[in-house]
Design a protein around this ligand. Structure first.
Ligand SMILES: Nc1ncnc2c1ncn2[C@@H]1O[C@H](COP(=O)(O)OP(=O)(O)OP(=O)(O)O)[C@@H](O)[C@H]1O
Ligand SMILES: [Mg+2]
Length: 352
């Protein structure tokens, strides 16, 4: 899959930009604050419906503008036109081939995109939310009915939580549905995580990182069913007025010789390990469903020494992904010569 055209309007410092992308390696260079990361954010919006930098999408709308829009055309096995808009008043509006989407999962499938940016170590360092999202992105692509179960689980969870706040006795009827979709989500995640661990370990070895383990924590006591866990948590859930067990509380334990990775790794090592998690997903998708997503690299040379950078570039080049990388100069150390170069200056983009 590759993106052939990108059109951006009113996003951060970019008033308007039009890019014809190469299916191979695209390099976007420019000074600090020129708008390089903003362009990657635009592409990420098309495939995820959110930014990788902020949870507040309104920050993305250009100052004094009302609405940002991004349009992209994909090439490859499935040619698609994908449009995304975010408006102060009306929120998100997204279309695939002119049709409004049912959920963000439709964008995920239309524009499979992965990012490795300077904040990637947060995947290891910070809370479980990022790790669940990381895992689910791969599960969406590999397990065909995951999206449906995920959607049903989220909806039922909202209903049970609403009942816990108003009439706790009404919470119970939602549980059978919650259990069916919740157990399905856990099963699908476990299968995919197991496969990911295999790929991750071989990427780690290639990057000269220590051997590490991934373990899925389902969000309720291991060895019990979700139905039993909901029963046992009932009094607590009624007191806190929220569902405290289930796959929405799941996590992935990342450990090295039995210790949490975040406690034993340097920042640079965390960055490599986290980047390896994303690269492992790309290997898995290629192997299991023949999908080659597009890969965004924001300032990939930052914080990596020359040896690790070379090993990292080698790992990526075996994938055959369309690449979009940013840099402060018109070339990046360790990388091949780009197929297409864009220069960005104060929000203006032009091909070089
Ligand atoms: N909502 C907004 N409206 C207008 N400008 C904004 C908005 N949000 C951010 N900016 C500006 O957009 C500019 C581009 O930011 P961006 O992060 O894309 O730059 P960059 O080229 O990636 O820089 P760096 O090399 O430092 O990473 C910044 O100067 C920032 O102040
Ligand atoms: Mg940047």
């Amino acid at each position: 899959m590759s993106l052939s055209d990108l059109h951006v309007e009113q996003l951060r410092c970019i008033e308007t930009a039009e890019l014809a992308l190469h299916p191979g390696f695209n390099l976007i260079w420019g000074d600090n604050g020129a708008g390089k990361t903003s362009l990657l954010e635009a592409i990420f919006l098309l495939g995820r419906g959110r930014s990788f930098r902020t949870r507040h999408s309104e920050q993305l709308i250009r100052r004094s503008a009302q609405r940002l829009t991004v349009f992209g055309r994909t090439a490859g096995p499935k040619e698609r036109g994908v449009g995304f808009a975010f408006d102060y008043d009306t929120g998100i509006e997204a279309r695939v081939d002119g049709l409004p989407i049912k959920s963000l999962a439709d964008l995920t499938l239309a524009v499979p995109v992965q990012i490795i940016d300077p904040g990637i170590h947060k995947l290891i360092e910070e809370g479980s939310h990022r790790r669940r999202r990381w895992l689910d992105w791969a599960v969406f692509h590999v397990e065909p009915d995951f999206g449906e179960h995920w959607y049903r689980y989220s909806r039922t969870l909202r209903q049970r939580n609403a009942a816990l706040k108003t009439r706790p006795a009404d919470a119970r009827p939602w549980e059978p549905d919650l259990v069916v979709s919740g157990e399905h989500i856990a099963r699908a995640r476990r299968i995919v995580l197991h496969e990911l661990e295999r790929h991750w370990r071989s990427v780690l070895a290639a990057l000269n990182c220590p051997r590490a383990d991934l373990h899925y924590l389902p969000g309720w006591p291991e060895g019990t069913t979700l139905a039993d866990a909901l029963d046992s948590a009932r009094t607590r859930d009624e007191t806190r007025q929220i569902t405290t067990v289930g796959p929405h509380r799941a996590d992935i334990r990342i450990s090295i010789a039995g210790k949490p990775a975040r406690d034993v790794l340097s920042r640079g090592q965390q960055k490599l390990m986290a980047a390896a998690l994303s690269v492992a997903q790309l290997h898995l998708l290629k192997e299991s469903v023949g999908l080659v997503p597009l890969l965004l690299l924001d300032d990939p040379a930052a914080e990596l020494d020359a040896t690790h950078l070379t090993a990292f570039v080698e790992q990526i080049s075996t994938l055959g992904c369309q690449l979009l990388a940013t840099a402060l100069q018109p070339k990046i150390q360790g990388f091949q010569v780009p197929d297409q170069v864009f220069h960005v200056e104060q929000g203006h983009v032009r091909p070089v």
